[in-house]
Design a protein. Structure first.
Length: 178
């Protein structure tokens, strides 16, 4: 079967509500979409210290699941090998959180299909869904860019805005091979 590598943060795990909550807690300001659209939330003026939360135990433990991701991934598993690929090595304390989060929210994906890495250029798959263009630059397969606030100006890759669009893309891919 063809293989799909799927990033975790900002693709199946929604990190934005956590950041918005932390920003509000620290600064007493509720950010609007236009305040952070086009950048990472920790690039909002004065919010540079928010990135340090990525290094704390528990930060990744309670992130919400991206709407539709569980259902669509379960469907994709009927025709594709699915691997969750996350650059967890960058944030050492994230490893147990991410591992437990995946088991809790995606128990139908075998643990052998969780890839905790640093440099995603080692990944061998037919497709990769990621929110960071730099991870797709060295990828040898077809890259799908999952829309996030920080990548809205990127135009080099096929863009997917949500899991319904991902479902549609792969239905089309299955139709090509039929």
């Amino acid at each position: 079967m063809r293989r799909i590598a799927i990033d975790m943060d900002e693709v199946i795990a929604d990190i934005l509500p956590k950041y918005l909550g932390l920003y509000h807690q620290q600064y007493g300001i509720l950010l609007e979409k236009e305040d952070y659209w086009g950048k990472k939330i920790y690039q909002v003026p004065g919010a540079h210290d928010l990135r340090s939360h990525l290094h704390t135990m528990g930060f990744f433990a309670d992130l919400p699941v991206m709407e539709g991701s569980q259902e669509v991934i379960r469907e994709l598993m009927e025709n594709f090998d699915i691997f969750i690929v996350t650059a967890a090595q960058e944030f050492r304390n994230s490893l147990p959180d991410k591992h437990d989060w995946l088991h809790h929210h995606f128990p139908f994906i075998p643990w052998q299909n969780f890839v905790f890495c640093g440099d995603k250029s080692i990944i061998l798959a037919d497709y990769m869904i990621d929110d960071h263009a730099f991870n797709l630059e060295t990828f040898q397969g077809k890259g799908l860019l999952y829309t996030a606030s920080h990548n809205i100006d990127e135009t080099r890759y096929t863009r997917v805005n949500n899991w319904e669009e991902i479902r549609g893309f792969f239905r089309g891919e299955l139709g090509k091979s039929a």
